[in-house]
Design a protein around this ligand. Sequence first.
Ligand code: BTN
Length: 268
Amino acid sequence: MLIFVLKTGIQLFDLEKFDLKLGTDTIGRNFIYAHEVSSTNNELLNNPEYYKTHGSVLLAEKQTSGHGRKGRNWDSNESMNLTFSILISNPKYLKQNINLINYAASLSTATSIENLYQLRTELKWPNDILVNSKKVAGILTESLSQESNISRLVVGIGLNVNQISFQGKFVIPPTSLKKELGHIADREKTLAELLNVFEENLESGLNPHNKILEEWKSRCNMLGERITVHIDETSKQGIFHDIDEKGFLVLRTDDKFETLHLGDVHII
Ligand code: BTN
């Protein structure tokens, strides 16, 4: 593994321990460990001259402008959690439906939590990971395009590991692995397992008969329920009928089916 350490402070993440658990071929093999960045997504996405290698992972102990979907802040106490991004720049992955990469990331986060901690996870459309109906992790996938092709994409993951109190207003109440387990969770082991599972899912996504969406749906309790979808200032109600092969939500209203790309969903 190639490791770069940016802006060193005290090194709180045990790189050697992480390396021993990492079983991937490419994802995380180029690993950048930073004390502080604005946002791991911004850093990887907007500096193609520095970050070229497909599968590079940037982990930061602190983000000064960590953000989530819809421009919301992603606040995470320094050195307690996992805030990191994965660079996808190999065209073979970017040519496929990139929504699938997003689903592969949330599925991998959920699966790795279950594998390591035997906590039951639930997936909430489009990319939240819940434990006991509280949000333990969120994913923000951002990309850059050249002409009409995506040239690089970053999968940003915020996973609450050992933080136990959360300040602010939240759409879904937050939690962490430590809160749910009642004891400290291991950041190095958790990140390695997540990247191991993500690499497998990313590879399997290249196979047209992959089961990523099926597995994602099997962990989503909202399917078949009556929901409200909030999109900007408007909202729509209907039955959460399905997620189509492109990864869009299919909402059944009285007289028609609508496909939705974005929004916050709530069971009525
Ligand atoms: C969401 O739930 O809205 C998505 C949250 C994504 C947060 C992560 S933390 C690492 C990466 N860098 C960011 O600025 N955002 C993502």
